[in-house]
Design a protein around this ligand. Structure first.
Ligand SMILES: [Zn+2]
Length: 70
């Protein structure tokens, strides 16, 4: 039985300053809140565009996440 040494390279992960991360975190939160609104509430309790196209597009996601639908 032979053993071979495997060289593991030194990998240094650079730190990300919170001040640089905060605007992106806010942007992702905003997009997530908009998506959550359209999946959960739009054309249910409230409706921004008329019709039920958005409801039909997100209908399976609505059931998957447990939002009341029909
Ligand atoms: Zn449904």
């Amino acid at each position: 039985m032979s053993q071979t040494a495997v060289a593991i390279p030194d990998v240094e992960i650079p730190p990300i300053p919170v001040a640089e991360l905060a605007p992106w975190a806010g942007f992702v939160f905003l997009i997530a809140a908009i998506v959550l609104f359209f999946i959960s509430a739009d054309q249910g309790a409230v409706s921004i565009p008329s019709g039920n196209a958005i409801h039909e597009w997100v209908h399976d996601g609505r059931h998957l996440l447990g939002f009341p639908c029909h």
